[in-house]
Design a protein around this ligand. Structure first.
Ligand SMILES: *[C@@H]1O[C@H](CO)[C@@H](O)[C@H](O)[C@H]1NC(C)=O
Ligand SMILES: *[C@@H]1O[C@H](CO)[C@@H](O)[C@H](O)[C@H]1NC(C)=O
Length: 487
């Protein structure tokens, strides 16, 4: 099994051009997959295309120059040809000249930490080892395999393992949603938690940026983070068109046709059946009905809001103290350092560390799902998960009639039935990634022996047993030691 996972993890190093944090941080499996052809995925391909373009341009320019030179020559001096050409002060260099983004897994995650913290589970290497064969060293060529969606563990221990024995190495691709979520073995589920909540850690500079944002926000009391998923790709995917102008609807429909598999959706019903992300105004109305006042400090993790300011205005009038990673630091220093994927990583950390977290969509949004599970693991931190299906008719009624008297009361009643965190049984279709209780939790004094916490020094014990020696540096696997600088 270890060998097999070794190769699983190894495939990660092939994910370098994959820019989706959500996919990276949740690689082992997932529920419904939103086609990743969105902006982020494109960015990866785009930056690759840019590299190719730059190389072509450079080689073209140098060809032009040398051609010009040879044309102006009047005779050939054979002696000079034995030497190299005059450089004119030029020397080769392909090093990046600016803050060239290092994207993908290596760009945002602390790879060394990842490898080290899983050392008792799998051996992770960054390239396939060479083998000695017929008196020569040789690279093993990985055999490419396509794991079935939500494959059971047995697929890996039979099909994949056999191929691995046969070829020496296997390359599993694609690798999203490739292992069933419900595995009837708590040890494997705990391995998932070790990977997701301990081994995957952002690079130190991302942790520092996140901490500095959190400290700024917390200097003035507690704060809430909201993942406002109101972007074109999500709205198009969910088929939520009704609230938009005809022009905007055209854009969304076009995006949907171009990026997602055709599916018959009754657009006029999508919102009523709870399939649409909350609008910014709805978020404001929910929070106001729950009793949060206009002094509430809110950090917004959001991409480009579709429909723009028209949708933000009513929200801002309810909750004026809004911040995001661009506004939180008046000097602009944080904004400068949180571009692209790093910005998403920072948003993730701020949402993780916030006192309260509220997602506005829980469909195939890996970012929000991961956070819900991560916050639960990280100490039952409050999550506000609105039941959009229960709320939709209340909002629709309000729009039809104008502000109705019982509106806030109705919203409050709907919110009372939602879960704000705390241990609770996972009920299908709830994902293991949003709720790893009870597998990844234990009790100090447990009535049931199976729930009892293992000794705190379990890694030290493993270290001392380890024959390799020198790995040392144990880190507890309890949640409170995972993050630097959180208070
Ligand atoms: C918050 O609401 C109160 C009235 O309820 C108002 O006096 C105050 O100016 C508002 N604060 C902000 C920051 O808008
Ligand atoms: C976790 O935090 C609690 C209190 O915050 C502390 O008592 C406990 O020792 C910590 N555990 C570890 C392993 O750091």
């Amino acid at each position: 099994m270890n060998k097999m996972l070794y190769s699983l993890i190894q495939t990660i190093s092939k994910f370098r051009s994959d820019d989706s944090i959500s996919r990276d941080s949740n690689r082992l499996a997932h529920r419904h997959q939103l086609k990743q052809s969105g902006v982020k995925g494109m960015f990866g391909r785009l930056s690759f295309a840019v590299v190719v373009l730059v190389i072509c341009t450079v080689s073209l320019l140098s060809t032009v120059k040398s051609t010009t030179k040879s044309v102006s020559r009047s005779e050939i001096d054979v002696d000079t040809l034995w030497g190299t050409a005059a450089s004119g002060g030029w020397r080769p260099s392909s090093a990046p000249r600016s803050d060239w983004p290092r994207t993908g897994f290596h760009g945002v995650y602390d790879v060394e930490h990842f490898i080290k913290s899983l050392r008792y589970d799998v051996q992770i290497v960054e390239s396939i080892p060479e083998i000695w064969k017929n008196g020569k060293t040789k690279k093993i060529k990985a055999f490419q395999m396509r794991p079935p969606r939500d494959a059971p563990i047995s697929w890996y221990t039979t099909d994949a393992l056999n191929k691995m024995k046969e070829h020496g190495a296997i390359y599993l691709t694609p690798f999203s949603h490739r292992l069933a979520e419900e595995i009837d073995n708590p040890e494997y589920q705990r391995l998932r938690c070790r990977v997701n909540y301990h081994a995957l850690r952002f690079k130190p500079h991302i942790m520092e940026l996140s901490n500095s944002i959190v400290n700024r926000l917390r200097a003035q009391g507690h704060f809430m983070a909201i993942h406002l998923r109101f972007e074109m790709d999500m709205l198009a995917f969910a088929g939520c068109f009704d609230i938009f102008t005809p022009e905007e609807q055209k854009i969304l429909k076009k995006y949907r046709e171009e990026n997602f598999a055709p599916k018959k959706l009754i657009y006029s019903e999508r919102r009523a059946i709870g399939k649409c992300p909350l609008t910014p105004e709805e978020v404001g109305l929910i929070l106001r009905s729950m009793g949060f006042d206009n002094s509430t400090r809110i950090y917004l993790a959001a991409g480009k809001l579709f429909g723009g300011e028209r949708f933000m205005k009513p929200f801002r009038s309810l909750f004026p103290r809004l911040e995001n990673h661009n506004t939180v630091d008046p000097t602009g220093e944080i904004a400068k350092n949180t571009r692209g994927l790093v910005g998403s990583a920072v948003d993730y950390m701020v949402c993780l560390l916030a006192d309260i977290f509220m997602p506005t969509y829980d469909g195939p949004s890996n970012f929000a799902n991961n956070l819900l599970g991560h916050r639960l693991y990280y100490g039952f931190r409050t999550n506000i998960q609105p039941d959009r299906k229960a709320l939709a008719p209340i909002f629709i009624e309000r729009e039809k009639k104008g502000h109705t008297a019982g509106f806030e009361e109705a919203v409050r009643r709907a919110m009372l039935n939602t879960n704000f965190g705390g241990p609770h049984k996972r009920v299908s279709p709830e994902s293991f990634y949003t709720n790893s209780w009870p597998e990844c939790f234990c009790q100090m004094s447990a009535a049931n022996p199976a729930d009892k916490c293992p000794p705190n020094n379990v890694l030290e014990t493993l270290d001392s047993q380890s024959t390799a020696g020198g790995i040392g540096d144990s880190e507890s696997l309890t949640s409170n030691s995972t993050f630097v600088g959180d208070n």
